[in-house]
Design a protein around this ligand. Structure first.
Ligand code: ZN
Length: 128
């Protein structure tokens, strides 16, 4: 995936770049495999709305076990969510800020909280 022209991801030094980024398991795998998947948090390179604390900087969604890449490509093409369609049309770049394993129920619970605490980029840039 290439970032939108003219937009580059924020420069972040991950001191632990040689290690795999942590993937948190929110629940144990349910008996029905169709319920199990990925919860992804997308970190936008430009906040939407008013910016600052009140600007939307993340989008969180759910993808099935084998559907993550398709889902991300779908967002890149501007489909699947109004917010990501807007980003595609406005040329706002983004990257995956967090990946977690869980169900759609876990996703709904996560969406009740701010995304910054679970976003690797926001955590790495904290205090800068
Ligand atoms: Zn973030």
């Amino acid at each position: 995936m290439t970032p939108a022209a003219g937009k580059s991801p924020p420069s972040v030094d991950f001191p632990s770049a040689r290690r795999a980024l942590p993937v948190q398991y929110l629940t144990s795998k349910p008996a029905d495999p169709a319920l199990w998947g990925w919860i992804y948090t997308l970190h936008l390179h430009t906040p939407l709305g008013r910016g600052g604390r009140n600007g939307a900087r993340h989008y969180t969604g759910w993808a099935s076990e084998y559907g993550l890449l398709d889902r991300l490509l779908c967002h890149r093409a501007g489909h699947g969510a109004a917010m990501m369609a807007f980003c595609a049309s406005a040329g706002i770049g983004w990257h995956v800020g967090a990946l977690q394993r869980g169900t759609r129920t876990d996703e709904r619970k996560l969406k009740q909280h701010g995304a910054a605490p679970r976003c690797w980029t926001c955590q790495a840039m904290k205090g800068r």
